[in-house]
Write a protein that binds this ligand. Structure first.
Ligand code: CMP
Length: 723
């Protein structure tokens, strides 16, 4: 009987049988047929065989029949055998049409999320192969094609890659079965936001989900690279207002959708409290959202009560923050004629008590804000100067105009601001650059110069730096005490850096219109310490005292390492590895063998081979909180930035790059977790109670030489080249 039927009809008949009624022959016939289907081409023969036993046939005669709706639970995966279907998204309408050989409907199955689109037949007599969820989970979840490309209006908008949750740095139990999710490889910002809302903010799993994988966190840590805050909040609002688009038949979906937007905000706040608190766009948006939600709450039987309470709590936190910020006031910094950028004390000191008060921990009140002020000097070619007080986020163009006015210069546009470094190198500031003073090199100074006369600029005598050593002033402090001070100081600088500052620095500050002052000060502190170590050794003429200084510096570095302050540790060790110091054979020879061995050991930690493997191993042995080697974080991110495009495939954001950048940013967050409390040295007696002030004063005022040529000259003066 079977042979009398056309082969296609036989196939249909088998595919209509429930799996338990299919014979071996039936399965072989199906197997032969599905060999040639595009959607299965990547599967192994064994998997195809298994599939042949369960795959079903479905046909729909009428055009415009809905197979399933956006927001439905996913129950099966489809492959189109004949005909075509439209993919319809609530806020957008028909986004694309799928044809024979295409497949759809696996996103919901793999992500355990609601359907991302409604599927409607586009012609009469459409035929499909269907794999139900139980079979999909058993046979295909592990084997299914790992890349999915979604299109809208003929253009790709989202490229997803299936990943096992264990592949991620998962915090989950080893024995749990492998769980898959589609991670974003590339996508338009809008579609990625939609995708996050739909697949990662669902009722029962949104917080738990967040602990298992990094997609949402990575998105939030990197989004300023590809969209503005305004764009982000507008997308969320658009998503929230889905009901304005006349989809009344989807009541449940609409309510769920609104809740997802609220959950997005709650998690966003949790992940980046301080960025959130400081962004005005967010507050305007939050007010609008709470307003809309209050109205919806009345309309939908108090469905949004829980979410509303949490959003109102955030608003309260913000109000509390504002009060604290008012108490804190504007902080004025000074960057005039010394190396350091120093805070001037016109603030409520209680807020800066040490250890930081609890409110500071949440609000980072000691961090530099864009409205804080900085006093800096701008020099002219004849070395006269003018002093300006501007906010941190004042652009170079405005500073130039103000300076030109004060100096009575005509046509300010003919002038430019330039950093003149101690080695005579010039860096011309872009007009849109902000917080110039904090970005200067150690002995660099800002000059205002006619654009045609840049070559005429000469360095100020003070840019040479120190002429006599000063470390003897610290004689009464032990190496451990100095390391203790340096560590507490560096911790505050490191703690105040917001992860976005790394992004602004690596991608170019002027692209973001935001300051990097906290990161600048931390980098500056690193350089200061490095050149301080070099300068102090080279300015000591007596060989025996030079040996003592070297020993003391190595000991300070050692204690910094013990205190998990790897930033200061590296600063000193890199300083002492500078060729101007390492070539001082006689000095090193006089150093005790034990100390020399320790130094060699320390030096091996800064070995850059195999991507700083020794350092990374050391780091992995420490528990947070700790202070990492900050310049390496910048280097890591720069390598990722330079080696990977930000946009791929006609303007899609390259999320593989974002994941890589976020790895470093997450590590930074991790280093800051917990309270940083180090034991004060036993030697710190009562008489030294004011020690932090003494040391702070010392380090605030230190002068260093940062010109390598000059350092080499000093080095040669101390020990002549051997013939
Ligand atoms: P799923 O979310 O399970 O159900 C709807 C399906 O539509 C979805 O899986 C995809 O397979 C398919 N689809 C095709 N194009 C798109 C698109 N641009 N956005 C969302 N889903 C799409």
């Amino acid at each position: 009987f079977l042979l009398q039927l056309a082969p296609e009809a036989i196939l249909r008949q088998i595919l209509r049988k429930p799996p338990e009624n299919r014979t071996e022959d039936d399965i072989d016939i199906v197997y032969e047929e599905i060999m040639n289907i595009k959607a299965f081409s990547h599967l192994s023969n064994t998997v195809k065989k298994e599939l042949s036993a369960v795959i079903a046939f479905e046909s729909i005669e009428k055009k415009s029949t809905t197979l399933f709706k956006q927001g439905d639970r996913g129950t099966c995966w489809y492959i189109i055998l004949r005909g075509s279907v439209n993919v319809v998204i609530a806020s957008k309408g028909i986004v694309c049409t799928l044809h024979e050989g295409d497949d759809f409907g696996k996103l919901a199955l793999v992500n355990e999320a609601p359907r991302a689109a409604t599927i409607i037949t586009n012609e009469m007599d459409c035929q499909f192969l269907r794999v139900d969820k139980v079979h999909f989970d058993r046979i295909l979840k592990d084997n299914e094609a790992s890349i999915v490309r979604l299109k809208e209006c003929g253009k790709e908008v989202l490229i997803l890659q299936k990943m096992s949750m264990k592949q991620q740095q998962s915090k989950k139990n080893e024995n749990e079965p492998t769980n898959f999710k589609y991670m974003v490889m590339a996508g338009t910002p809008e579609k990625v936001i939609d995708y996050l809302l739909e697949t990662r903010m669902n009722n029962n799993n949104f917080e738990e989900q967040f602990n298992k994988e990094n997609l949402f966190e990575d998105f939030l840590l990197t989004f300023p690279i590809f969209i503005t805050w305004k764009h982000m909040t507008n997308s969320l609002l658009r998503h929230y207002k889905i009901d304005e688009l006349n989809f009344r038949q989807m009541e449940d979906y609409i309510v769920d959708n609104k809740k997802r937007v609220a959950r997005f905000i709650l998690l966003w706040f949790k992940i980046s409290v301080d960025a959130f608190l400081n962004c005005k766009t967010i507050w305007v948006f939050l007010d609008e959202l709470i307003d809309l939600m209050e109205k919806d709450n009345l309309k939908h039987d108090n469905h949004f009560e829980t979410e509303l309470t949490s959003l109102r709590n955030i608003k309260e936190t913000k109000e509390h923050y504002n009060v604290n910020l008012e108490m804190r006031g504007t902080i004025v910094y000074k960057a005039d004629n010394s190396n350091s950028v120093r805070r001037m004390s016109n603030i409520n000191e209680a807020l800066f008590a040490q250890p930081p008060a609890d409110t500071d921990k949440i609000f980072k009140l000691t961090a530099i804000k864009e409205f804080d002020e900085i006093i800096c000097r701008l020099y002219c070619a004849d070395h006269t100067y003018t002093t300006l007080k501007t906010t941190m986020d004042t652009k170079a163009e405005i500073i130039r105009n103000q300076a030109a006015e004060k100096l009575n210069l005509d046509n300010s546009v003919d002038y430019t601001l330039v950093e003149l470094k101690s080695d005579n190198e010039r860096y011309i500031f872009n007009e849109t650059e902000l917080n110039l003073a904090t970005t200067l090199s150690l002995n660099g100074r800002i000059f205002i110069s006619h654009k045609d006369h840049l070559d005429a600029l000469t360095t100020l005598p003070e840019q040479e730096g120190a002429t006599v050593g000063s470390i003897f002033k610290l004689e009464s402090f032990s190496s451990q005490e100095i390391a203790y001070y340096l560590t507490n100081h560096t911790w505050k600088l490191f703690y105040n850096i917001h992860p976005y500052e790394f992004i602004y620095l690596v991608f170019g500050r002027h692209n973001f219109n935001d300051i990097t002052a906290n990161l600048d000060l931390c980098r500056r502190n690193f350089n200061e310490l490095q050149y301080w170590a070099i300068t102090e050794v080279l300015l000591e003429k007596s060989l025996s005292r030079r040996v003592q200084i070297l020993k003391k510096l190595i000991k300070i570095a050692g204690y910094c390492k013990e205190y998990k302050n790897l930033n200061s540790f590296f600063a000193i060790i890199i300083g002492l590895s500078n060729v101007a110091i390492s070539r001082l054979t006689q000095t090193w020879e006089k150093l005790h063998n034990k100390v020399k061995r320790i130094f060699t050991q320390y030096e091996s930690l800064i070995d850059s081979s195999r991507n700083y493997r020794r350092y990374r191993l050391l780091l992995s042995k420490f528990d947070p909180p700790l202070i990492p080697f900050v310049p390496l974080l910048i280097k890591d991110m720069t390598i990722v930035h330079e080696g990977n495009k930000t946009f791929v495939d006609q303007g899609l954001v390259n999320f593989e790059k974002m994941h890589l950048l976020a790895q470093t940013l997450r590590m930074i967050q991790d280093c800051k977790s917990g309270s940083f409390q180090i034991q004060s040295p036993a030697t710190l007696s009562m008489k030294k109670m004011n020690f932090p002030n003494v040391l702070q004063e010392y380090f605030d005022q230190i002068k260093v030489i940062d010109n390598q040529k000059r350092l080499m000259q000093l080095s040669y003066c101390l020990e002549h080249r051997k013939l």
